[in-house]
Design a protein around this ligand. Structure first.
Ligand code: AKB
Length: 314
C-alpha cells in the first residue's frame, strides 16, 4: 500500500488518539507521529516519531521526503482560551502551519491534507440553534478568526491549485486518554477528573452555557472517515459542520450525579464565558451526513459512563 501518513501535533488531545487509531488501521511503520515535544513511551514504541515544529516549512518538507509521505493530518494549533492570551503567537502558529502543508500539496509533495476547523468560526451574529453549514460567520476570538481565515485558504487552494484538503468543524471534544489544552470547552473533560478525585467541581462557564460537544471516538471516526471517502464526495472544501450532542455544565453535572450522587458543582465564570457566549448552542451537520455518510454514535449518558469507567480505573 502506497499511503504513508504524517500526523503533525501527534501528542495533543486529538493527535494522541488519532495516531493510535491510524496505527491500528494501517501498517504502524507507515504512520509517522510528530510533535514539537517528544511523545510518551506508548507512542514511541508503536511507530516512527519525529520532533517537528509545525511552523518550520523546511523541517516538514524534509520529513515528508524522507518517509515519502502522502497524507498529512495537521493537528497542531493554539486553542481558543490560550489564543486570547497570546494573539500573535496563535495567529502565527495556526496560519503558518496551515500554509506549510497547503504549499507542500500545491507543489505535489503530498497528496492529501486533513486540517481541523472549529465551531469557533461562528460568532455572536450567527444563528445559535442548529447553526447551518452556510450562515453568517463573524468570529470574535483570535482562534475563531484564524480558523475562519484558514477555511477560506483551504477552499482557495482547492479551487485554484486542486489541493485535496478536507476539514471538519470540531465541537468541544471529550476524552479520557489525553487532557485538552487551552480551550473553552475543556471544562467538559476536567469535570470528570475532578468528580472522581474531589466529588466536586467549580465550572468556569455558567450553568446555562450550552455548547456543541462530541466524544473523542466519534471525532476520530469522522476525521479518518472524511479522509477515506473518494474526493468527489467531499463537496465542501472550506470545512464541514459536525455534531453529536449539546449540553451545558448543569446537564453534564446531572449525568455525573447519576453515578456519583454526592457530586457537587459550583460556578465561577471567567473570561472564557464571553467566548462560549459567542459560539453556537447546536449545529446542523446535515451536509456531512449527506455527502460522506457521517453518523455520531455516543450521547451524553453513554459518554459519562465511559468517562467515569475509564478514569475511575486509572
Ligand atoms: C476550544 O474550546 O477552543 C476547542 C474548540 C471548540 O475548537 N475545543
Amino acid at each position: 500500500m502506497k499511503k504513508r501518513i504524517l500526523i503533525i501535533g501527534a501528542c495533543g488531545q486529538i493527535g494522541t488518539e488519532l495516531t493510535a487509531q491510524l496505527r491500528k488501521n494501517y501498517e504502524p511503520h507507515k504512520v509517522i507521529a510528530s510533535d514539537i515535544r517528544e511523545g510518551d513511551a506508548a507512542m514511541l514504541e508503536a511507530g516512527p516519531f519525529e520532533i517537528l515544529d509545525a511552523t518550520d516549512y523546511d523541517a516538514i518538507e524534509e520529513v515528508v521526503a524522507r518517509y515519502e509521505i502522502t497524507d498529512v493530518y495537521l493537528m497542531a494549533a493554539m486553542l481558543s482560551a490560550t489564543a486570547e492570551k497570546f494573539p500573535m503567537r496563535a495567529w502565527n502558529l495556526n496560519m503558518d502551519s496551515l500554509f506549510n502543508v497547503l504549499n507542500l500539496a500545491k507543489d505535489k509533495k503530498i497528496e492529501k491534507i486533513f486540517w481541523p476547523s472549529s465551531i469557533a468560526v461562528f460568532g455572536p451574529t450567527t444563528p445559535k440553534e442548529q447553526t447551518p453549514q452556510f450562515t453568517i460567520m463573524e468570529p470574535s476570538t483570535v482562534y475563531g478568526i484564524s480558523k475562519q481565515t484558514g477555511e477560506r485558504w483551504c477552499e482557495y487552494y482547492h479551487n485554484r491549485y486542486g489541493v485535496d484538503v478536507r476539514s471538519i468543524r470540531y465541537p468541544g471534544l471529550i476524552s479520557y486518554t489525553t487532557l485538552p489544552g487551552g480551550g473553552t470547552t475543556d471544562y467538559a473533560v476536567d469535570i470528570y477528573h475532578k468528580a472522581l478525585k474531589h466529588n466536586k467541581y467549580v465550572s468556569f462557564l455558567n450553568e446555562e452555557s450550552t455548547l456543541p460537544m462530541m466524544f473523542m471516538d466519534d471525532a476520530i471516526r469522522a476525521t479518518i472517515g472524511i479522509m477515506e471517502v473518494p474526493s468527489e464526495q467531499v463537496k465542501i472544501r472550506n470545512s464541514y459542520n459536525l455534531a453529536a450532542m449539546s449540553f451545558n455544565p448543569k446537564e453534564v453535572a446531572a449525568s455525573i450525579q447519576h453515578h456519583l450522587p454526592d457530586f457537587e458543582i459550583g460556578y465561577e465564570p471567567d473570561f472564557r464565558q464571553a467566548i462560549a457566549d459567542s459560539w453556537p448552542k447546536s449545529i446542523d451537520d446535515s451536509e456531512a451526513r449527506k455527502d460522506w455518510g457521517w453518523r455520531h454514535e455516543v450521547d451524553l449518558t453513554e459518554m459519562t459512563k465511559i468517562m467515569l469507567d475509564n478514569l475511575g480505573t486509572n
